[in-house]
Design a protein around this ligand. Structure first.
Ligand code: KG4
Ligand code: ZN
Length: 344
């Protein structure tokens, strides 16, 4: 009997400000290289034009490193998977064009991947640090660009239950952090300072959005108003209240997420919750979800940090699942800034 060889897939992610390449052998990660662009720090956010140029610069070295860390030669690859969207178009085009050229040169299948599906299915990467969830599951993806609640019935059967109508959670963290004087991205700084502060010190008006959708722009404006008014009366206000401000901002964001999450769990009756996206690193969110999972009897899945933030291994796991189905992409498929989960 011959053993079935697990496919070797090179995955490329370039949707925002991380250039990443991974090599998968079946569902296992052989390498996962991420190059985060630092050029945006001084601009207070990602500058699309600079992001595409930086991808252009780093894509070849990043792919070389991924292949060499995996100890794989290009000719051994069975397929190339890449992020088709959603994301910044110029950034997507760099990874997409590279993936297409390489698939033609090596004469192997090309597989296009939806970035949001990849965040969710990162939980199915075979890794001793995580246990795969059961279907049906509820997914909450929280990042700098997205806030989305999805009901996942199977790998390819996903239903968006709610999403943000304006800013993403990460944007709310980062823009509030900017008001407090932190560099971009300031989310981790808020998390750090919040641990020493009083979450009830300041109150901000919470959004009233129907159903399972989110809104963070009103909250962001409310936070800005409180800070600007207080600074007018006391120039030292931020310095003297930094920890309390961070704790209160983080608490307001957690309350918004918690309300929608509990509603979604109740409506769907689902017992497995997966958290993804860069904001999933937030210790306050993680702790609150752990408390809620005990109280409301659902199983919480928190992936290792490197699978939360943008990375190519998550593109690779979707690539492998599509490869198993023979679901290949046409070379004519174009990268797309908007890419709905229902168009898989
Ligand atoms: O998923 P990600 O790496 O990139 C995309 O936006 O796609 O997420 C980055 C976001 C940023 O907004 C960053 O501030 C936020 O994740 N973030 C955090 C923490 N770590 C990263 N926000 C709050 N607390 C953290 N510990
Ligand atoms: Zn992402």
């Amino acid at each position: 009997m011959t053993l079935k060889k697990e496919p070797l897939i090179l995955a490329i992610e370039s949707s925002c400000d991380d250039t990443s390449a991974a090599v998968m052998q079946g569902r296992r990660v052989l390498s996962n290289v991420v190059n985060t662009q630092e050029i945006h720090e001084s601009y207070g956010g990602v500058v699309p034009e600079l992001a595409s140029r930086a991808h252009q610069k780093s894509i070849v070295p990043v792919i070389h490193r991924a292949l060499s860390e995996a100890n794989i030669e290009k000719k051994e690859l069975d397929a190339i998977a890449y992020t088709r969207g959603p994301g910044l178009l110029g950034s997507l085009l760099v990874g997409g064009s590279f993936a297409k050229s390489l698939s033609i040169a090596l004469d192997i299948p090309l597989i296009d991947v939806n970035h949001m599906q990849a965040h969710i299915l990162a939980h199915f990467i075979e890794d001793p640090r995580q246990v795969a969830p059961n279907f049906p599951l509820l997914s909450l993806t929280v990042s700098g660009g997205h806030t989305q609640l999805v009901l996942v019935k199977d790998y390819f059967e996903l239903e968006v239950l709610g999403e943000t109508l304006d800013d993403a959670v990460g944007e709310c963290f980062d823009k509030s952090a900017k008001l407090l004087g932190f560099d971009y991205p300031g989310g981790p700084q808020i998390d750090h300072w919040a641990q020493q502060g009083n979450p009830k010190a300041f109150q901000f008006g919470l959004p009233k959005v129907p159903d399972l959708d989110f809104s963070f722009s009103g909250l962001k404006t409310g936070i800005a108003k409180v800070i600007q008014q207080s600074v007018r009366n006391d120039a030292e206000f931020i310095i003297n209240n930094k920890a309390d401000l961070c704790a209160s901002i983080q608490e307001a964001i957690i309350e918004v997420l918690q309300k929608k999450l509990l509603k979604a769990l109740k409506t769907t009756g689902v017992k497995h919750l997966v958290l993804s996206g860069g904001v999933a690193a937030n210790s306050g969110i993680r702790n609150r979800l752990k408390e809620l999972s005990d109280k409301h009897h659902f199983k919480l899945h928190l992936p290792p940090f490197e699978y939360c933030t943008d990375n190519a291994a998550m593109i690779g796991i979707v690539g492998v699942l599509k490869f198993e189905r023979g679901d290949y992409s046409e070379i004519s498929h174009s990268s797309t800034a908007r890419y709905n989960l229902t168009q898989l």
